[in-house]
Design a protein around this ligand. Structure first.
Ligand code: ZN
Length: 274
């Protein structure tokens, strides 16, 4: 099942066609509270129900107002190495404050500083979850989407010790979408190729099986402490190839276009203005 949000209303998507959701809330946040009922409805829906064409340029964030947003640092060994760290033994967790979240196609106004890219798989929680094992981790997940963890590196590294969350939460710094895709849609939801392109050049590419902490592992470790709620997002970390670890360093500038792609889900497309 693929879910998208158009004009504030959740729709089901198959290919380039959409179906209306009947008898359940149109608001995506309310809908996530009734995820099992939506899954049943979608399973029963004939192909003919997908009759409405839609404009992909108009899609919005599939989860516009999560109560909690978790993000994981250094979750790919090559990225941990390029950042100068050994792979962590426990997940390094920060937040992207929810006002930074946007949809898949946006223009981002660059703040002062050094703005960098981080393509990431984002897991969306589908049921209240507390203290589950990794074996049960996927059961907590409604679906997967693409995320960009845009980061202003000066704000991120200010202070000793540094704290990440503010530098990752400027307006427009959390593009997500274009679809929320249920785990059963993938041959292996633990092994998805993800790619980031800057002005058409591949700057990041890896597979999610490289992650130190997999999606179900993260659900288990986060839920050991925090009660996870429907609609919560987990930005699962970025592969190697970010701009501030390049020689010379490279940052986003006026006129750049960034594409963030995950196989089986789709792509985000951001343009940048100063
Ligand atoms: Zn990140």
């Amino acid at each position: 099942m693929r879910l998208a949000v158009l004009a504030g209303r959740a729709i089901l998507v198959k290919g380039d066609r959409a179906a209306e959701i009947e008898g359940l809330p149109a608001d995506p946040m309310a809908l996530l509270e009734q995820w099992d009922r939506l899954r049943e409805q979608a399973a029963d829906l004939p192909d003919e129900a997908y009759g409405r064409p839609f404009d992909p340029e108009l899609l919005q964030a599939p989860v516009p107002r999560p109560r909690q947003v978790f993000a994981i640092a250094l979750n790919y060994p090559p990225h941990a190495a390029e950042a100068g760290f050994t792979p962590p033994r426990d997940p390094l967790v920060f937040t992207k404050f929810p006002t930074c979240l946007t949809g898949p196609r946006t223009q981002v106004t660059l703040p002062e500083g050094r703005v960098d890219w981080e393509v990431e798989l984002v897991a969306v929680i589908g049921r209240e979850t507390y203290q589950v094992s990794a074996d049960q981790g996927w059961e907590a997940v409604a679906g997967l989407t693409v995320g960009q963890d845009l980061s202003e590196r000066l704000t991120q590294s200010r202070g000793a010790p540094a704290q990440f969350s503010l530098g990752k939460s400027f307006p427009g710094f959390g593009p997500t979408g274009p679809f929320l895709v249920t785990p059963d849609e993938f041959a292996d939801p633990d092994d998805l190729g993800l790619t980031c392109l800057l002005n058409g050049e591949v700057v990041q590419h890896d597979r999610t099986k490289s992650m130190i902490f997999s999606v179900p592992d993260l659900v288990a470790r986060l839920s050991a402490t925090v009660r996870l709620l429907p609609g919560d997002l987990i930005f699962t970390g970025t592969p190697a190839g970010v701009g501030n670890r390049r020689t010379p360093p490279r940052y986003l500038t006026d006129g750049d276009e960034l594409v963030s792609r995950i196989e089986g889900i789709g792509e985000l497309r951001q343009s940048f203005v100063r």
